[in-house]
Design a protein around this ligand. Sequence first.
Ligand code: VAH
Length: 313
Amino acid sequence: MKKIIVTGALGQIGSELIVRLREIYGADNVMATDIRKVDSPVTENGPFELLDVMDKERMFKLAKDFGADTMMHMAALLSATAEAKPLLAWNLNMGGLMNALETSRELGLQFFTPSSIGAFGPSTPKENTPQDTLQRPTTMYGVNKVAGELLCDYYFHKFGVDTRGVRFPGLISYVTAPGGGTTDYAVDIYYKALEEGKYTSYIAEGTYMDMMYMPDALQAIIDLMEADASKLEHRNAFNVTAMSFEPEQIAASIRKHIPTFELSYEVDPVRQTIADSWPDAIDATTAKNEWGFKAQYDLDAMTADMLEKLARK
Ligand code: VAH
């Protein structure tokens, strides 16, 4: 039976990953950790501990005392925040990752951490971005993600740690409010569509980015971690995506439910520059071939579910 310790458990992915993991593996077998504590299913429906991922001693002790056999390291600063605080981002994103990898090496844990389409840069092919290609990101977040991918592969080849990762596209969910990302316009737009019937996008019309609905992201993590290791030629990290769209397309999808929805633009140069440096649409064939990756939600299915769930919220 898996015993999983998760860092960043109150973040955008963590908040839903914990709930899903506890459904599958049992609440007592999933320890959630985060640097802060708030009342939520994550902290109330199973083991929760405060953990600053820069505190290696506490991370090791929590994992050891819990009897963990798996580490899912989700704590990190996202792209826009990292661009505003590059030194903090380097220290936290790389220092936290190193502590999680070292803990996994010392305790023999299976290891997961997400990379991102942010690991690609302006010189990466923008259409059907291959699994193996040029990675020269121009953001601190991207530098962290490429370095992180290489570090995770190093821990696999050098120390035999079973490290696995995916390059997530923008993730869309209704559980946590958007924050710190470049793709979060695609989350915020749904909240504002219901609250105000209109949205002002900080990402320009015609800016294509890969996206995925959170249920598909959670399933990808679980499927990859359960995959037969002998089938994995790659490890850190697999391209995964469900769709690629630009703001006008998500607005059109929303108008199928809210016909009067209005979209306008006030471009944020910082986040637009980040978005322009990323691919338009990546290729996920390798993930499909090596461990059966398959997304269930397209744009219209995601819109219908997002609006329904947010309206109830
Ligand atoms: C961000 N949502 O915008 C994250 C993600 C691909 C985007 O890495 O920073």
